[in-house]
Design a binder for this molecule. Sequence first.
Ligand code: FMN
Length: 174
Amino acid sequence: MHTLSLTKDAEMETKTAEQSSLDYKNAMSQLAGAVNIVTTDGPEGRAGFAATAVCSVSDNPPTLLVCLNRNSSAYKYVTANGVLCVNTLAANQQDLSTLFGGKTPMDVRFSAGEWTTHETGSPLLSGALASFDCRIRTVHDGGTHDILICDVVESIASDEDEALVYFRRSYRQV
Ligand SMILES: Cc1cc2nc3c(=O)[nH]c(=O)nc-3n(C[C@H](O)[C@H](O)[C@H](O)COP(=O)(O)O)c2cc1C
């Protein structure tokens, strides 16, 4: 009897945690976010993933943060190389988000788009609205994700295109 009620309590707790995670995801879907392709290259190899969890920290020195899922296939590449480039997508680059945000092999992801490299060696995407070439300064524990604080060594901007935005679980143009 006692065991049964404990099990029920545990079940209730799981349900509450599941519900609160669902509520959180539903509320987060109301936050419109820029879509970025975060890339890296170096001794560990080349990799990239789609990311909306990118945020400015400071302009002096130029610093931004990226949240990276520890279970993602790009994780070991980014953390071992210690460098990354945040490429902010233009409205006409939605296909790249689908590729880099899905379970696609890395060479297939990079076969789309044109890439160059600057100081850190991380791939810069041609036609991106902005590119931030970065060295990772510190890595912080964010539970399922690592929070990467990055020194921006070069910022490149293009104001020619509209932006791609992720809002209510779909892509929009701004
Ligand atoms: C619109 C969008 C935004 C995403 N934002 C993030 C993010 O901020 N951080 C992250 O680690 N993964 C993010 N992801 C998921 C990664 O892109 C995804 O884990 C990865 O590319 C595919 O998984 P895999 O490489 O592990 O196979 C996002 C995906 C999409 C489609």
